[in-house]
Design a protein around this ligand. Structure first.
Ligand code: ZN
Ligand code: ZN
Ligand code: FE
Length: 763
């Protein structure tokens, strides 16, 4: 039988995920000779044996790789046979594996079994991990990915761990973060002043006692601190709200097991799948009644943010002690989540009563990912732990570049060749600490990926900190229009080339004409776009104040729809204005003083929320729209289909973008409110009207342009009800509709689009 030899060059997430031991096991089982090593390009290997055995190896390579491995390219060449006998793992040849550092991963089932096995040497060890699970991105300080360049560098392996580390047949072969009771990190419970209240098992048990007594405990997780509290203890939850200065934004819960999660919410199959995945994100799910949870967990909201434990420490803390805990990000409002121990103690000492911490440093903060299921797939609200820094393929090659994102929900993107890597969610770039996190993420990610940007893409808005960063970098800067970037982001995800129609609905984005855009109908591709149409532009009285205070938007819409009658119509929003301010405010509306013009879709939702008296002021971004959606969802079954929509107008001026005018809607909605139609019905009818207008306008563009691919992007498409309506209507009309599945439709996904547009402009 003739021997043949094959050389493989494999790229993707193949380092630090048990890929080499996996190949070793397959090769030795098939009695193939050769070698494997990590290389700057990924993994290289040569195999020699019968052609049948090599074919069986290829089959396994396609179908049975380790759970965290992700092969992006595989190059296979036949070469002349060699001399060696047996199979060996050669030392790394240095350099990074392409652009592939694995994300952090939740504890695997094998480790979980050992964690609960009294005969195992890692029984109840809070840092149990193996090649298939545990921390990665958050502990890597440099490349190549080896223990000395992780935050485990300070924990030399004991002889037992060393043996496992060196045994290619062991689940822990070359797993960099492994450790045990004898050689690894340990937990400690500290008081708010830093005094030790216990270590190891004792620390966990004392934390449990404190939580049962209603205390707020800061818990160190994979990518940062959480604040934990017993969600059934109303007083404790109220205290957390008060100390965190967070009035109404829902708190996420961690359920001990999937069964515990089922008791809190009705879960679909996809939701269960995502909850139990190694990424362990927060899933927004429909909450059950009578769960015993404090109503302060998610006020005015039928939905609940739910996740399962992502570290062994979480398993030990909840375990037999709690079915669920509040696990909200360890920060006060507006700040990035705390991850550094000293910083956490300082920033959280006014909130937490004690700290369940440990001595394995977190190198880079990485918040929990937040996802909602839409049409059987994920719809990202926040993309971070578990997903970043996973790469996204670009449909064409780009030079090494950085895209800095926008302002809210910051995330950056580094790209080179046909690979783009979007960073973890950083936060709203509106303060010093978030800006520091932004610059740290850029430098860390470019080190890990070995990308030295030759140019920078940023938002067209000159005042965003992310745009100023680009301006000050000294590199060539390519500003990208906000909604064009949203559109391109979705195009990249779906590998689209050529022209598409983009329905880009969001809150705020700087337009090419200096006005604020946000209800946009675009046509174009990566290299250019035209604004086919937009929502009718209306003044935002008081500028940014109009975002925080939706009653201002309600007044603005009333004025557009009713004219002077707006001031005398008697709607409750008119009374929010102190009498003394009335003339000035009226002038603002009449003359547009201190009132930038905007076609924002988000502001329309805000205005309607205020007109329905749901919310005159918001305490977090998107609150008005979220509550309006929740209200509408409650009504869905009661509304006769014959009574579907309000009126709107599509205005087609000569040689200018068309406008969607919702003033008729506002007038009818006012009449409805006067007739005491339930707000839920009105809210649903409003959703249907926006969907109908968007659909009609889109169909018209499609008919005129002959294009049939439609992108839905922008923060408004986090609204599942509206997205579903538009998606269904357009799909039924024969168009192909694409929503965002890989990065968020909100500004957290914008850097990906900026990268593609800037990259295309240079090629
Ligand atoms: Zn494991
Ligand atoms: Zn050990
Ligand atoms: Fe946006």
């Amino acid at each position: 039988m003739t021997n043949i030899r094959r050389r493989y060059q494999i790229n993707g997430i193949v380092q630090g995920v048990g890929f080499r031991p996996f190949v070793y096991r397959q090769a030795t089982a098939l009695q193939l000779s050769g070698w494997i090593c990590n290389s700057p390009a990924g993994v290289e290997l040569e195999l020699q044996g019968s052609s049948a055995d090599l074919d069986s190896f290829d089959h396994v390579l396609c179908h049975g790789t380790p759970p965290l491995a992700l092969i992006s390219s595989l190059l296979r060449t036949d070469i002349p046979p060699g001399e060696e006998t047996g199979f060996s793992i050669l030392p790394s040849t240095g350099g990074a594996a392409d652009i592939r550092i694995a994300p952090d991963s939740a504890t695997c089932d094998d480790c979980l079994r050992e964690l609960g096995d009294p005969t195992d040497r890692r029984y109840r060890y809070p840092f149990i991990t193996c090649t298939n699970c545990g921390p990665r991105y958050s502990i890597i300080t440099g490349i190549p990915y080896d223990r000395p360049l992780t935050t485990m560098a300070g924990f030399p392996l004991c002889s037992d761990c060393q043996r496992e580390y060196e045994d290619p047949g062991d689940r822990r072969f070359h797993a960099q973060p492994i450790a045990c009771h004898n050689c690894g990190p340990q937990v400690q419970l500290r008081s708010a002043t830093g005094v030790s209240l216990g270590t190891r098992e004792e620390a966990i048990l004392e934390a449990v006692r404190q939580l049962k007594a209603g205390a707020i405990v800061a818990v160190k997780g994979l990518g940062g601190y959480h604040l934990a509290v017993d969600p059934c203890n109303h007083t404790a939850v109220a205290l957390l709200r008060q100390r965190k200065e967070r009035d109404e934004k829902p708190f996420a819960l961690m359920a001990a097991t999937i069964d515990a999660a089922r008791a809190l919410a009705t879960l679909t199959e996809q939701e269960e799948q995502l909850l139990t995945s190694p990424e362990a994100p927060i899933i927004i799910v429909r909450k059950r009644d009578h769960t015993g949870l404090s109503p302060l967990i998610a006020p005015h909201n039928d939905w609940l943010g739910l996740m399962l434990p992502s570290t062994p420490l979480h398993h030990l803390l909840l375990g037999e002690h709690f079915n669920q805990l509040v696990m909200t990000s360890g920060n006060s409002s507006d700040e990035p989540v705390a991850y550094d121990d000293r910083d956490a103690l300082q920033r959280l000492s006014g909130i937490a009563d004690c700290f369940l911490t440990h001595d394995r440093p977190i190198h880079i903060r990485n918040d929990d990912s937040v996802i909602r299921v839409f049409q059987g797939g994920p719809l990202f609200y926040r993309r971070a732990r578990g997903y970043a820094p996973r790469a996204t393929p670009l449909p064409f090659a780009v030079p090494p570049l950085l895209a800095t994102g926008a302002e809210l929900k910051g995330a950056v993107c580094l790209a080179s060749g046909t690979t783009a890597v979007v960073s973890q969610h950083i936060g709203d770039l509106q303060n010093r600490s978030t800006y520091d996190a932004f610059t740290h993420t850029i430098s860390h990610l470019s080190t890990l990926l070995e990308i030295r940007p030759e140019l920078i893409a940023c938002d067209l808005h000159p005042d965003y900190l992310s745009s100023r960063f680009a301006e000050e970098s000294g590199l060539p800067v390519i500003p990208v229009q906000h909604h064009h970037a949203h559109m391109a982001s979705a195009m990249v995800e779906h590998g689209l080339e050529g022209d598409v129609i983009g329905l880009i609905f969001d809150g705020t984005g700087y337009g090419t004409d200096g006005t604020i855009w946000g209800g946009e109908f675009l046509i174009g591709g990566y290299d250019r776009f035209t604004r086919a149409g937009h929502f009718r532009t209306i003044p935002l009285p008081g500028g940014d104040a109009a975002i925080r205070e939706p009653w201002r938007m309600a007044m603005s819409y009333l004025y557009q729809a009713l004219g002077e009658e707006a001031f005398t119509c008697g709607h409750p929003v008119t009374s929010l204005l102190p009498d003394a301010d009335r003339p000035l405010f009226a002038q603002m509306l009449r003359r547009g003083i201190n009132s930038p013009h905007s076609s924002s879709c988000g502001r329309l939702f805000d205005a309607v929320g205020a007109l329905l008296n749901i919310r005159h002021r918001v305490s977090y971004d998107g609150q008005g729209a979220i509550e309006l959606e929740a209200l509408a969802e409650g009504a869905q079954e009661d509304l006769p289909p014959s009574d579907e929509e309000y009126s709107y107008r599509l205005l087609y001026p000569d040689s200018a973008p068309f406008q969607v005018d919702f003033c008729p809607l506002i007038r009818e909605l006012m009449a409805h409110t006067a007739d005491r139609i339930p707000p839920a019905t009105t809210a649903l009818r409003f959703h249907r009207t926006v969907a109908a207008a968007a659909t009609e306008a889109c169909r018209r563009i499609a008919a005129e342009s002959g294009l049939n691919h439609v992108i839905l992007s922008g923060g408004v498409f986090q609204n599942r009800l509206l997205t579903e309506m538009i998606y269904t209507a357009l799909t039924n009309g024969g168009l192909t509709v694409h929503t965002q599945r890989v990065v968020p439709p909100n500004d957290g996904g914008i850097a990906l689009g900026q990268a593609a547009i800037a990259g295309r402009r240079t090629t």
